[in-house]
Design a protein around this ligand. Structure first.
Ligand code: GLU
Length: 313
């Protein structure tokens, strides 16, 4: 019997239903991202929470089937792939593991303070991470890995988001060329960037993110097949980096208030790998000033408090 297995499912359901209700009350308080024009088409009232625990019990509330682009949640997959392909030492000789305290697309510290991006959860770090693998692994390889991690064979490239982001991603282009100018980019800039944009444009739903959260919470084992998808030694690294850097420059507050390794994206997605194990995927495209889903953050505060999911008690 798993840890969450000891909690009555009625109790878990009641907590999630209340969290869903709380979250809905915040959807009108944020804004959908519009700096990637295609993302502006999202409906800011949408909200969904999906949960799966180690006993494969599931819950779906609200807009759980609706597809949206993964955006920065894909940085988790890029990091897993880089660790698998290059190993720990090589990966972290190219990117640090420190919270940056700056916004996700900032160039400041990269230019002033370091040749290594601060962490793999910000754009500069994920682009550097992508350059470690883009010469050897194809987008198809990464897509296959994403489908496995999310137990979702329907994940595909959202062509409209990909085109929109490729066309308007000047800041990311600035980052890739800055990395190149410093001599630290490990692949050709346009190929690196193309892989990064494609990963951001993967089309998922809240259920796929719940499954991803469960694999991470479950120590890297696919709960459906028992297959190992992430080596044990990488899971702790991943969880700690999600914990300290996963929620943009709100990561500290989120860790104090919620305390669950998580990663959000400007498409409105949020993946949480909670103890239990429990995977939680949320979708709410109405974002706060940091780029996190307003409703999802509020819902997670409630869920973590009521089910005692905080990593430190
Ligand atoms: N594709 C987005 C960008 O590079 C991802 C940002 C995010 O979700 O944080 O700007």
């Amino acid at each position: 019997m798993t840890e969450t297995g000891n909690k009555s499912f009625d109790r878990i359901r009641a907590v999630f239903e209340e969290a869903y209700r709380i979250g809905l009350g915040y959807t009108d308080q944020g804004k959908v991202a519009d700096y990637i024009p295609e993302l502006a088409k999202a409906n800011r009232d949408d909200f969904g929470i999906s949960m799966i625990d180690g006993d494969l019990r599931t819950l779906s509330l609200g807009d759980c089937e609706k597809r949206f682009s993964m955006q920065s949640v894909s940085k988790v997959i890029l990091l897993c792939a880089a660790l698998l392909h290059c190993g720990f030492e090589e990966t972290f000789s190219h990117v640090m593991m420190e919270p940056s305290g700056d916004s996700f697309n900032s160039i400041l510290k990269l230019d002033l303070a370091s040749n290594r991006p601060y962490n793999p959860m910000i754009n500069a770090g994920a682009i550097e991470t992508a350059s470690l693998i883009s010469g050897d692994l194809s987008f198809g390889d990464l897509l296959g890995y994403a489908r496995e991690l999310c137990a979702d064979p329907e994940i595909c490239l959202d062509e409209a988001v990909y085109a929109s982001e490729s066309k308007t991603g000047d800041r990311n282009r600035a980052i890739v060329y800055l990395l190149k100018s410093k001599g630290v980019l490990m692949d050709e800039p346009e190929r690196t960037l193309d892989l990064y944009f494609r990963m951001c444009s993967l089309s998922v739903n809240a259920r796929s993110l719940a499954n991803l959260g469960l694999v991470i919470a479950n120590g890297g084992l696919d709960p459906f097949t028992g297959r190992r998808l992430i080596p044990t030694e990488h899971v702790r690294t991943l969880k700690v980096i999600m914990f300290t850097c996963g929620m943009y420059d709100y990561s500290g507050k989120f860790s104090v208030r919620v305390g669950v390794p998580s990663k959000s994206g400007v498409g409105g997605g949020l993946v949480c790998a909670a103890k239990g194990p429990m995977g939680i995927g949320l979708y709410g495209p109405s974002l706060d000033a940091f780029g996190n889903s307003k409703a999802a953050v509020k819902a997670m505060e409630h869920i973590s408090r009521e089910l005692e999911l905080h990593s430190f008690y």
